[in-house]
Design a protein. Structure first.
Length: 202
């Protein structure tokens, strides 16, 4: 049977309905991305019918568009995201991916907030790895002993851009977060974490 003709659980049926809607509206959604007016809210409303807490990102890749279905950093939703993407049909001019993907120029990306501009290498880290997961101590800009939640929030956005959502949740564990004043001499720029993660086994 085809994708839309299968019977299954309520969740599977909701996934099928989502992709049926996406196929029907693919051209309109593609045009929105190409014109710089992505219809994210429209897609999110449809994803809510599958499960709450899901998100997505849209981007243009030349003659194609890309949608990344995201668990919004919640590891418990990862199996559902995989199920949604595994159930995706071929959609003309669309590339469909699970999880927020890393971006190639992540080390030059900056986040502006509260008069600050932060890049990934404004943070430092030390790590130890068992070959499957890296436990890291993070050192962040800020005053006092502990960085603010805003600074740590910016760091996680930058880490997502560097490593991708899946690797952030499965390949690293943050053991502690302190300010840069506590960083040891062997602390590396946080952008170097990419090499650590790439060296680990899948």
């Amino acid at each position: 049977m085809g994708l839309f003709g299968r019977k299954g659980s309520t969740e599977s049926e909701a996934i099928n309905k989502f992709w049926k809607w996406f196929v029907k509206n693919g051209d309109r959604l593609f045009a929105g991305v190409q014109e710089g007016e992505p219809q994210i809210d429209d897609i999110l409303q449809r994803l809510k019918k599958v499960s709450g807490g899901l998100s997505c990102q849209l981007s243009s890749q030349g003659e194609t568009a890309q949608i990344e279905i995201s668990a919004d950093g919640v590891r418990e939703r990862f199996p559902l995201v995989k199920q949604i993407v595994a159930g995706a049909p071929e959609v003309s001019r669309w590339q469909i991916l699970a999880f927020r993907q890393p971006i190639s120029d992540a080390r030059s990306l900056s986040i502006q907030f509260q008069g600050q501009s932060l890049k990934i290498d404004d943070f430092k880290f030390v790590s130890r790895s068992d070959g499957q997961c890296a436990e890291i101590q993070v050192f962040a800009p800020g005053e006092g002993a502990s960085p603010s939640q805003d600074v740590l929030g910016a760091m996680f956005v930058l880490l997502d851009a560097l490593l991708g959502e899946y690797a952030v949740e499965t390949k690293i564990r943050i053991a502690s977060a302190q300010t840069l004043a506590s960083a040891p001499e062997n602390a590396q720029p946080l952008g170097d974490l990419l090499g650590v993660v790439r060296s680990m086994q899948d």
